[in-house]
Design a protein around this ligand. Structure first.
Ligand code: AMP
Length: 223
């Protein structure tokens, strides 16, 4: 499908709204590269050096965002690795207005254009419930739901045999801090994009399959 070459999608929504899962589905269906900034920073946070400790503290203790300057460097580097003709789904970026503004320049410089912003709203109570049950495979990064998609005490990924863990920032006190950051810094991005007519809103409360079908329907209706 030619259209996939020019698709550049931003997923916007609170923690637990399913951005990661839907990004994987989008990447597969439309052959897009998947850039997930959270995964990059979790990798940094696991390094035993000064930068790693600083990032670990921001993510796992304070539930805060990484400074824009560093995020922008990471995203620019990640975008450079994607072949020019391939589209990209951005999962977890941009997260501040400053990032969104810089993003426009980065895309333009790379000869790319943002075609869709998929906004997935979710109730705060659902975020807290979902994140407390969320587990993730360290190897293939597949998200699992404890007691639903994998047994409650499972530590081995059913998909790849990797180690399944609970993220350190998926504990109620850090989840609440992260949600505050989202409301204060990330949600305002929505109005930045709204006037461009590229935002589609897909309710994040239903099941993964239902959300995915709505996203596909919106994308097809638009073309
Ligand atoms: P996520 O996996 O998307 O929930 O991201 C995990 C953590 O990584 C966030 O809570 C932030 O601390 C950091 N992070 C990920 N993406 C960004 C971003 N675009 N800007 C700032 N911090 C980010």
């Amino acid at each position: 499908m030619n259209r996939s070459r020019s698709m550049h999608v931003v997923l916007l929504g609170p923690q637990g709204s399913g951005k990661g899962t839907q990004a994987k589905l989008l990447a597969k269906q439309y052959k897009l590269a998947h850039i997930e900034t959270g995964a990059v920073f979790r990798y940094f946070a696991a390094q035993h050096n000064t930068l790693g400790r600083k990032i670990n503290r921001l993510i796992n203790v304070e539930g805060k965002l990484i400074p824009d300057k560093m995020v922008i460097q990471v995203i620019a580097g990640a975008m450079q690795k994607v072949p020019r003709k391939q589209g990209i789904v951005f999962d977890g970026y941009p997260r501040t207005l400053a990032q969104a503004r810089t993003f426009d320049g980065l895309l333009k410089k790379a000869g790319r254009e943002l075609t869709h912003v998929i906004y997935i709203p979710l109730r705060q109570s659902t975020t807290i419930r979902r994140l407390s049950l969320r587990r993730i495979c360290l190897k293939c990064r597949t998200p699992w739901i404890s007691g639903v998609t994998i047994p409650r005490r499972a530590v081995i990924c059913p998909q790849c045999g990797g180690k399944v863990i609970q993220r350190k920032d998926d504990t109620p006190p850090v989840i609440k801090k992260r949600l505050r950051e989202y409301l204060k810094k990330t949600k305002p991005i929505l109005s930045y994009y709204k006037h461009r007519g590229i935002v589609m809103t897909v309710d994040g409360e239903p099941s993964i399959g239902t959300v995915w079908r709505s996203i596909k329907k919106h994308l097809h209706d638009r073309h």
